[in-house]
Design a protein around this ligand. Structure first.
Ligand code: LLP
Length: 421
């Protein structure tokens, strides 16, 4: 459930009419609903109620500092994957002890930043990384808390570009090697092993792969404990999928996922961390765009929008489906017709949907892409010198611009012409 509904025939974000925001900030723009973000976060928090747990929002999904602050106020931790994300989390007021650092390529500088600013744990992904982190920690005179991310070799049954739990993926260490790797970690004085980490992929709509991965993690926990390691924390990753269509999709809910977690690892007495991103932010955001032209092609009709692949890359990159709806509610029973929904960027990949059945739309109408709150704004680029579009946060009957659209001057000023030119 989200808070983007038609009221009196006009699409609203909570109690604010979308056209009102469009008039204030121009199009295209992203708009988020605070109530939806909070609701989604609480679903996870409640799913693990009774267990010692921390929900670390995977902020790669949507990382505007205002959104982070909404979640931080709910008690969320953060899963960060770069120095930039770490800095954002801190800027949103998240204490270091609620930040976990994931990613296969952490640099010395990023390690230093987190060790001095405070960190709950590093999820270490390789032996070379372990050595470097050990060195950096010793040079600072501190001990780095770590989990090792294991690759359970489980098929997540999701899009190949976002599956991470098979041995052919670059993530984690093979679970079969885990005992050796933990023995090495325990011998490094700059590291303190605190647990195990696993994440098998994103947009998972079946709980079985989670169950298989967590079962392997539970077995490994027993083995490592028998080897004398203190395994007090399990980071079970993120990846729970969301419905991208309004029709018949009903992926498992956070509560169902929580049940799998209880069943598979509940007996171990570990503190549990999870890293959901998409489910918290995805359906908490829309991309709103204006129709520039309706163009009649040969046997096709093109809806040319002012949003493009640089603003929302998921359709071009993963053939992802986003529902597209008119902001003015179509009359009941109105006839739909197939359209190719495209942006103005000069390549055919700049296509949001092909042959999508849509109610009649005309130039200057507003349309909204649903489920665009996660991996939307964060993956945007300035391709074609199109400015990064504004982000807006709605809370009840008011809204605020949480990132303004830069002017062309501001964009161009970031380039410098060398003196000798
Ligand atoms: N933890 C780790 C270590 C991750 O790599 C990810 C996502 C998450 C948590 C959060 O997963 P989520 O709950 O959001 O599924 N750009 C792609 C998605 C990439 C996901 C990468 N890792 C997309 O637009 O579909």
């Amino acid at each position: 459930m989200d808070h983007f509904l038609y009221k009196n025939g006009v699409l609203h974000a909570e109690d604010v009419a979308i056209p009102e925001i469009a008039a204030a900030v121009g199009t295209p723009f992203y708009v988020y609903s605070r109530a939806t973000l909070v609701r989604h976060f609480r679903l996870f928090d409640e799913a693990l109620k009774g267990m010692d747990h921390l929900v670390c929002y995977a902020m790669k999904a949507a990382s505007n500092v205002a959104l982070l602050k909404v979640l931080a106020q709910e008690g969320a931790g953060m899963d960060v994957v770069s120095g930039g994300e770490y800095a954002r989390a801190k800027a949103a007021g998240v204490p270091g002890e609620r930040i976990v650092f994931s990613g296969v390529g952490k640099t010395r500088e990023e390690m230093r930043m987190a060790l001095t600013g405070g960190i709950r744990q590093f999820n270490v992904e390789s032996e070379p990384e372990m050595d470097v982190l050990n060195e950096v920690a010793l040079s600072l005179g501190v001990v780095a808390p770590i989990t090792v991310r294991v690759n359970p070799n489980v098929d997540a049954k999701t899009h190949a570009k976002i599956a991470t739990g098979k041995s052919e993926n670059k993530f984690g260490i093979p679970i079969a090697k885990a005992r050796d790797v933990y023995a090495r970690a325990a011998a490094l004085p700059g590291l303190k092993v605190v647990g195990i980490d696993v994440h098998i992929g994103s947009q998972l709509t079946d709980l079985e792969p989670f169950r298989m991965a967590y079962r392997k993690v539970a077995e490994l926990t027993e083995l490592l404990r028998a080897d004398g390691h203190e395994i007090s924390r399990l980071d079970l990753g993120g990846g729970l999928g969301i419905p991208y269509t309004r029709s018949n999709e009903a992926p498992p809910l956070p509560l169902d996922w929580g049940q799998v977690i209880r069943e598979e690892v509940g007996h171990l007495g570990c503190q549990v961390e999870i890293e959901p991103g998409r489910l918290i932010a995805g359906n908490a955001g829309l991309l709103v765009s204006q129709v520039i032209y309706v163009k009649e092609g040969e046997g096709r009709r093109f809806l040319i929008l002012d949003a493009a692949m640089n603003d929302l890359v998921r359709p071009a990159m993963y053939d992802a489906h986003h529902d597209i709806v008119p902001v003015m509610e179509p009359a009941p029973g109105v006839e739909e017709a197939p359209m190719d929904v495209v942006g103005p960027v000069c390549e055919s990949g700049d296509t949001f949907a092909k042959g999508r059945d849509l109610p009649p739309v005309a130039a200057e109408d507003l349309v909204a892409f649903r489920s665009a709150g996660a991996y939307g704004a964060v993956m945007a680029s300035e391709y074609n010198t199109r400015p990064l579009i504004p982000e807006v946060l709605v809370d009840g009957d008011h809204f605020a611009v949480i990132r303004a659209r830069p002017s062309f001057d501001e964009m161009i000023k970031r380039d410098t012409i060398p003196e000798w030119l």
